[in-house]
Design a protein around this ligand. Structure first.
Ligand SMILES: Cc1ncc(COP(=O)(O)O)c(C=O)c1O
Length: 415
């Protein structure tokens, strides 16, 4: 966290910094990193999933075979050896691209920043899900768009409401610059966009000339059910973001953007200005890692682990949360999204939760308009199973105590 002191440079900052704020998640993580707190807040991969010995081997091979190149600058569009693995990975989801069809980025977070950088002028309309991934909201906000949130239900973004927004914009003779969606195992909502809605969104994108940006960090982490084709597999015009963060390691900072050639060209210009190239070392390390370790086998163990974490969280919610609360059923990914009675403010409730040594992310962080006060995101990825159970038990107690406090006040007022 930044230390606060008088800012004598305050009148020098560009106006775009007004909309830049520290992510509520990052601030929270700094508190919840304390070992005595059970954190259901951060979307961090389970640490024991990292295969340390095999990573050491891959690092050795990288240095032995390509030490010079691994320590050198590389092409801005990315290292061909890693691109080959990404192309194979995308092909498992029926997306056919070659090495000219993607750029490797510093995590998909850099992809989000670059997309906003090349498309958004201040005041441009950008459509997002409500709720939406907080890191995307922050990346986009720096370019001062008008963010339009479209509500979701258990099948993802509600397409009728999207169409209503598109009609409203058309009436004002405006067009949104793009629509951003996380279709699989949404962060924070945990839900998945249905196939029929995917098809309708593509129809609408043609009708309203709307660019679609599909962010898919969790798609390979499916616990049950059939895979649903990605938007990119259904329409080649879609801009697609992928990452190794959730399927391998976020510390490597490796993601990618697959997009039509003209868009990719602008992204490369933007990336050159931002960081010249992604780390030559980590790109090769991950290349050698997946030369030796089959990705699908590797994912299998990880998926079993996360499924079991999810099951424990759902069981514990059933046991310990009040019947007035409800939550989503994620078929993959990292998150459960819980709704509490309307009068509860989860941002205010967090202090009590932390005093009981459990943390979550308050719902408000995920809405561009600051709504969502009675929601919370519960991440089951990182904690040990016994801690998930205990954390939800403690949180259930906090929610119940907030409810009885409210009811006693109302009861007194009515008397
Ligand atoms: C939906 C979504 N997109 C993008 C990211 C950024 O991931 P990274 O930059 O590590 O690839 C995350 C991380 O939590 C995420 O949940």
């Amino acid at each position: 966290m930044v230390k606060y002191e008088f800012d004598k440079w305050a009148d020098l900052y560009a106006s775009r910094t007004n909309s830049m704020k520290s992510s509520e998640i990052r601030d929270l993580l700094s508190v919840t990193a304390r070992s005595d707190i059970i954190s259901l807040a951060g979307g961090l991969p389970y640490t024991k999933n990292f295969k340390l010995e095999k990573v050491v081997e891959a690092a050795r091979t990288t240095m032995r075979k390509e030490g010079g190149a691994a320590l050198q600058y590389g092409p801005s569009e990315g290292h061909i050896g890693l691109k080959k693995h990404i192309i194979d990975l995308m092909a498992t989801g029926d997306i056919k691209i070659d090495e000219t069809g993607l750029v490797i980025t510093g995590g998909s977070q850099q992809g989000l920043d670059l997309i906003a950088k090349i498309f958004v002028d201040p005041g441009d309309a950008v459509i997002v899900e409500a709720p939406s991934y907080v890191g995307a909201l922050n990346a986009f906000s720096a370019y001062q768009p008008d963010l339009i949130g479209v509500p979701m239900d258990e099948n993802g973004m509600i397409v009728d409401l999207l169409e209503a927004e598109l009609k409203k914009l058309a009436k004002q003779r405006k067009k949104a610059k793009f629509l951003y969606t996380v279709p699989n195992f949404h962060n924070p909502a945990g839900v998945t966009l249905s196939l029929s809605r995917r098809k309708r969104i593509i129809e609408l994108s043609k009708k309203y000339q709307l660019l679609l940006v599909e962010d898919n960090p969790y798609g390979k982490l499916r616990f049950e059910g059939e895979n649903i084709p990605s938007l990119k597999a259904l329409d080649d015009d879609v801009v697609y973001l992928g990452t190794f963060s959730k399927i391998f390691s976020p510390g490597m900072r490796l993601g990618w953007v697959a997009a039509p050639a003209p868009i990719l060209e602008k992204i490369i210009f933007g990336k050159q200005a931002a960081d010249l190239c992604t780390s030559s070392f980590t790109q090769r390390l991950v290349e050698y890692f997946f030369n030796e370790n089959n990705l699908e086998d590797y994912l299998g163990g990880m998926i079993n682990r996360y499924r079991s974490h999810r099951d424990i969280m759902l069981k514990s919610l059933e046991e310990h949360f009040p019947s007035e609360a409800s939550w989503t059923y994620p078929r993959g990914g990292f998150f459960v999204w819980a709704e509490l009675p309307e009068y509860i403010d989860t941002t205010e409730m967090l202090a009590e939760a932390i005093s009981k040594k459990v943390a979550y992310v308050p719902g408000r962080a995920f809405f561009a308009d600051g709504s969502g006060k009675n929601y919370m995101r519960l991440a089951f990825c990182y904690p040990e199973e016994k801690d998930i159970y205990e954390g939800i038990k403690r949180l259930g107690g906090v929610v119940k105590s907030q409810m009885s406090l409210y009811n006693s006040v109302i009861f007194k007022e009515e008397k």
